[in-house]
Design a protein around this ligand. Structure first.
Ligand code: UT7
Length: 310
């Protein structure tokens, strides 16, 4: 087993104020609150704000929680599917707002993006960096058609961020990870330039359950550990039924799983750090716990990372 000294020293999140509830959607969409809750687990999502604005808020909270100065950050990785502009990336604007003077780039791996970012951050630390800010931020309302009942019921805005630091003490570790992609599935979830998200929901559902099982196993294998070793699981918040279906095969329980999508909907790259922040605020993670992050989404992409919490 190869483990890498790695700890998340500060986590923060941000949601826009404006709530779009299931009930609101029924005013113009042929759907019901009951249908959406039963089929997805979602009651409401947030809309408004910008990707850079939400990212800046979440990242500032993460920096405050870590108690580190902006000048000590070596790189900003911003995972997003809904950047402020096609060009340039959104990360440089966020770095400017935070007063950082370091490298800053966007990472596009859809809903798996923040977990990809964690693994990239680990690689940068192996190159000698000490602190990397890993943000997931989305303003999906810009690419969601809230009149389309196949997609409009799912997506919302938000951001989450973590300060990731090298930990030479060995208390915090990245015990295992896995990154994957299969470009044969581009057509099941995509947005063309200037257009909204198009999705074959059933196929995404099916492929997501397969991808989750596969990536969890790969990460556990790399760590030399089993399902029974994991304390807390933080999956991408897309649909509670996807997670339940995957866990039936994998063996995790919903009690050890952090779910917040009832209040946020699917916030793509932001969903895992948003859920992580919620879990920390509710005291669900203790030092020494093994925390597994699992992402999956458009691409298809998938990613998981197993962290010993310090
Ligand atoms: O980050 C990854 C992002 N994407 C996802 O995670 C999406 C994964 N897929 C899903 O979450 C689900 O496929 C959906 C929630 C999108 C749809 O749920 P489903 O259980 O796959 O529903 P369905 O498309 O099979 O539709 C079942 C029925 C159909 O009616 P009939 O043909 O049985 O009469 C649909 O027309 O439900 C109807 N329906 C709706 N009814 C009320 C579809 N959407 C809605 C709706 N409200 N919003």
């Amino acid at each position: 087993m190869t483990a890498w000294g790695f700890k998340l020293t500060g986590v923060g999140s941000a949601l826009p104020e404006k709530v779009l509830s299931n009930q609101d959607l029924t005013a113009w969409m042929d759907t019901t609150d009951e249908w959406i809750r039963e089929r997805t687990g979602i009651s409401e999502r947030r809309i408004g704000g910008s990707t850079s604005g939400l990212a800046t808020q979440a990242a500032q909270r993460a920096l405050d929680a870590a108690g580190v100065s902006p000048s000590s950050i070596d790189t900003v990785i911003l995972a997003t599917t809904s950047p402020d502009h096609i060009c340039p990336g959104t990360a440089p604007a966020v770095a400017r707002e935070l007063g950082l003077e370091c490298g800053a780039f966007d990472l596009q791996a859809a809903c798996s993006g923040w977990v990809y970012g964690l693994v990239v951050a680990n690689g940068l630390m192996l190159q000698g960096m000490n602190r990397v800010l890993v943000i997931g931020a989305e303003s999906l309302d810009r690419i969601t058609d809230y009149h389309d009942r196949g997609t409009g019921i799912l997506f919302g805005n938000g951001a989450g961020a973590a300060v990731v630091e090298r930990d030479d003490s060995g208390a915090g570790q990245l015990l295992g990870w896995d990154l994957g992609a299969n470009g044969n599935w581009v057509h099941i979830l995509y947005a063309d330039h200037g257009d909204t998200l198009k999705m074959d929901g059933k196929e995404v559902y099916r492929q997501a359950v397969i991808a989750i099982q596969r990536t969890v196993q790969a990460t556990l294998d790399r760590a030399g550990l089993t399902v029974a070793d994991v304390d807390i699981v933080i999956p991408h918040q897309a649909n509670v039924r996807i997670v339940e279906a995957a866990w039936k095969k994998v063996g995790f329980t919903m009690d050890q799983t952090v779910m917040i999508l009832e209040r946020t909907g699917n916030t793509s790259a932001a969903s895992i750090p948003l859920a992580l922040d919620d879990a920390l605020r509710h005291g669900r993670i203790e030092p020494g716990n093994l925390v597994l992050f699992v992402g999956f989404g458009a691409g298809m992409t998938w990613a998981s990372a197993l962290v010993r919490w310090a």
